[in-house]
Write a protein that binds this ligand. Structure first.
Ligand code: MN
Ligand code: MN
Length: 459
């Protein structure tokens, strides 16, 4: 047949045994990374541990660096920038992979604890785009940090150790679900209903207290963490799914877990830079940032000038303007996209949607309602990566976030291109994106790693 027609291929159609082995082996490291990091803070801490083991050292802006130096910079404990300094001047640009490590979840409110009908609860406010019904009836754990009145900080992590209790948001039994089933899904599961059940046994040790279940729970929290109710005011406690990261399918070709979006690309970017050997031509940079799911705001988000502080410190040390550096730079905004789901085919254009096992998915644009709020990469940028990926045997495909006007979304890409950095979205296609348990294919993860490694060799 002629080469005139474009025929995308499933990776396993042509994969050698060596490639398949490499794909499966690489996923094991990712599973460990995803298990260890259930919040952005934990993912950053895990990244630091891995970076140190690969010879990276903590950079203080203002310090001098030389080609081959392997450095990292943690911002507010919630984002990390890693770099391997290249042999060429920063005037010639840098190669950047930018992922995010925050994920949709429930956050505790400032005054979360209450008792109702002799049951104790924590109130939450959801973070990022969730379908609220998915958070009922699944095991949950609490992770985060509490800053006490004396300024000291206490880490909280409960639910993941085998002996730990877990938590849950209840739902109406089907026997009594008639009126609920007649509502729209949006109305049936209100945000104020996302209250976590945390206790039921009254503590009658103190007869003067009125709310004895709440008292009992608070007493246990105090014994374990030394905190009092008022300490919730200065706390960031995230409620995350408690289920384990597991292989999915008889062929174990997929991974199920919480937070693939976007720790999966975070891991690919992290390992691609950690695995860089010697001195790259251009400086390689990997970013794991926070707050993407709520618009990349905040000091640890991609809109923050913390990025300029880091890169600016490097460019100043070479007498280069940061704007000149950015103008010559190339960025993969490594974030996940939706994988075509035959169960819900109606939301996707089958010809243009990314597919599981077809490789890293480039997204020319994201956005909604006519590409609004999107980076919309140019033909030249796509062409650049097309050539680069062919040279490095990277299996890739073009994706699109659903049918025209089906909805939409964004990534950090537009905040990079706003800096005048040539940018395109690229990442792992996900099934059940933003659900408490998402699914990705190991082959797509591996190809994302290879894509970022190829970017780091771009001259
Ligand atoms: Mn994302
Ligand atoms: Mn997302």
């Amino acid at each position: 047949m002629s080469d005139l027609f474009f025929k995308p291929k499933n990776i396993y159609e042509t994969a050698s045994d060596e490639l398949t082995t490499a794909i499966y082996a690489y996923a094991e490291g990712y599973k460990a990374f995803l298990s260890a990091g259930r919040t952005e803070r934990e993912s950053v801490a895990e990244a630091v541990t891995l970076a140190k083991s690969k010879g990276f050292w903590e950079y203080v802006p203002g310090e001098k660096v030389k080609p081959g130096d392997r450095i990292y910079f943690v911002n507010a404990g919630k984002s990390i920038t890693l770099a391997v300094i290249g042999s060429r001047s920063l005037r010639e640009g840098i190669n950047i992979a930018a992922a995010h490590v925050d994920a949709p979840r429930l956050d505790l409110k400032a005054n979360p604890l209450y008792e109702d009908s002799e049951l104790a609860y924590l109130k939450t406010h959801y973070y990022g785009g969730i379908k609220k019904y998915q958070w009922h009836n699944i095991p949950l754990e609490l992770r985060g940090v509490v800053v006490k009145a004396d300024g000291s900080s206490q880490k909280v992590s409960i639910g993941s150790d085998p002996g730990d209790p877990q938590f849950v948001i209840t739902d109406i039994l089907p026997h009594l679900g008639d009126s609920q089933l007649n509502k729209t899904v949006r109305d049936a599961f209100p945000g104020e209903g996302l209250n976590i059940l945390i206790g039921s046994r009254p503590n009658s040790g103190d007869k003067d207290e009125k709310e004895l279940v709440k008292y009992g729970v608070m007493k246990l929290i105090n014994e374990k963490y030394g905190i009092i109710e008022e300490d919730f005011l200065s706390a960031e406690i995230e409620v995350v799914p408690a289920h384990e990261v597991r292989d999915i399918g008889f062929d174990r070709s997929m991974v199920g877990g919480y937070g693939h979006d976007d720790r999966v690309c975070g891991y690919a970017a992290l390992t691609a830079i950690l695995d860089l050997e010697g001195i790259p031509d251009k400086t390689a940079v990997a970013l794991l940032v926070d707050k993407e799911e709520i618009g990349s705001e905040g000091v640890a988000g991609m809109q923050s000038r913390a990025f300029e502080r880091f890169i600016g410190s490097l460019t100043r040390s070479q007498g280069v303007s940061i704007d000149d550096c950015f103008a010559e730079s190339l960025c993969l905004s490594t974030d996940v996209c939706n994988a075509f789901d035959p169960n819900f085919a109606e939301v996707s254009d089958k010809r243009n949607n990314a597919k599981v096992n077809y490789g890293v998915a480039l997204m020319k644009h994201t956005g909604s309602r006519g590409k609004s709020g999107s980076n919309d990469a140019s033909a030249e940028t796509i062409g650049k990566f097309r050539k680069l990926f062919a040279e490095h045997s990277v299996a890739w495909q073009m994706g699109e976030l659903g049918k025209v006007d089906a909805g939409g979304g964004g990534t950090v890409a537009m905040f990079m291109s706003r800096r005048n950095i040539e940018t395109i979205d690229a990442g792992v296609p996900v099934l059940s994106m933003h659900a408490p348990f998402e699914v990705i294919a190991k082959s797509d993860l591996y190809m994302t790693y290879k894509a970022i490694s190829a970017l780091y060799s771009y001259k």
